[in-house]
Design a protein around this ligand. Structure first.
Ligand SMILES: [Ca+2]
Ligand SMILES: [Ca+2]
Ligand SMILES: [Ca+2]
Length: 297
């Protein structure tokens, strides 16, 4: 087994030569949650009110890649997302809010790999910021079937969420791992307020373990990413918008933070995200709160 793993690492190393990231010149910050302000993972995003506006990524900063829209129409689709991290639990926190005029989530029960073919929210992670191909390997590129399976999602990962779903499965990772979207590596809360096949708002709130190297056999064979304050990691987020209940597999629009295509395959097309230091105001506030609490004890 060890030889198989090493051989694949060599293939990946040779392919991972590109480092450009998008949008060019843009770095988005990941908010550092102090321990006492970590959000509860329940789909209620009110505990994200402490996150300053500068950390939010609204649809206005995203690119639309399929419908030719150069700016958002809030009556058709609106969204924002925000990222957080915490030093103590070493987790990535994700909050997403969307309004959609037609919320279409008709995925048949059991067909989890079709998660993307409906109104979904996609998360891509390249934690060691290496770039390079991370999915969609062909037999020509990696002839050995098992090595090819190992390479899918190994050095970067793609996840999708959609809510609600007929079979109660709300997330999938597009590789051979089933455990990366299960507790304790993935916890999520979702809400939908509206009419299915009609207008509504959806929230996704996720706390997830991130991986420098994901081996689909299990967490013990994989390497968890350790967040370092001030480092840059590769992340990317997309929203598919499907609006025609009569033709549910037809994209209406596709909104993406990186403004790039094929981010499901090439990690160098992901965005730069800064693992931010604690906001000075919050650090003072939590210190002060600690002292006040201590004075009552
Ligand atoms: Ca919450
Ligand atoms: Ca729409
Ligand atoms: Ca839609």
């Amino acid at each position: 087994m060890k030889q198989v793993v090493l051989a694949t690492a060599l293939v990946l190393g040779l392919c991972g030569l590109a480092f450009a990231h998008f949008p060019e010149g843009v770095t988005y910050p990941i908010f550092q949650f102090p321990d006492n302000l970590r959000p509860t993972i329940d789909g209620d995003l009110s505990d994200w009110d402490v996150v300053p506006e500068a950390y939010r990524i609204p649809v206005d900063l995203m690119g639309e890649r399929l419908a030719g829209m150069t700016e958002p129409d809030y009556n058709d689709f609106n969204c924002w997302l925000a990222l957080g991290w915490n030093k103590s639990d070493n987790k990535l926190y994700v909050a997403s809010w969307t309004y959609d005029n037609v919320h279409l989530v008709p995925r048949p029960s059991g067909e989890i790999t079709l998660m993307w073919r409906q109104d979904d929210f996609e998360i891509m992670t390249d934690m060691d910021h290496s770039g390079g191909q991370y999915k969609g390997w062909t037999a020509e590129q990696i002839p050995d079937e098992e090595e090819r399976k190992l390479a899918e999602g190994r050095q970067a990962q793609q996840y999708a969420c959609a809510y609600p779903q007929a079979d109660g499965v709300y997330a999938v990772s597009f590789d051979y791992a089933t455990w990366t979207t299960e507790a304790p590596y993935w916890e999520a809360g979702f809400t939908f307020d509206g009419t299915l096949n009609g207008p509504g708002t959806t929230t996704y709130e996720v706390r997830m373990t991130t991986w420098d190297e994901m081996i689909y056999y299990g967490p013990d064979q994989s390497t968890e990413h350790k967040f370092k304050e001030g480092e840059i990691v590769g992340l990317q987020f997309s929203y598919g918008d499907f609006d025609d209940p009569e033709n549910p597999k037809q994209y209406h629009a596709f909104w993406t933070v990186s403004h790039q295509d094929a981010t499901f395959k090439f990690a160098e097309r992901l965005c730069d995200f800064l693992v931010a230091p604690l906001e000075p105001g919050l650090a003072v506030e939590s210190d002060t709160w600690g002292r006040i609490k201590a004075s009552f004890e």
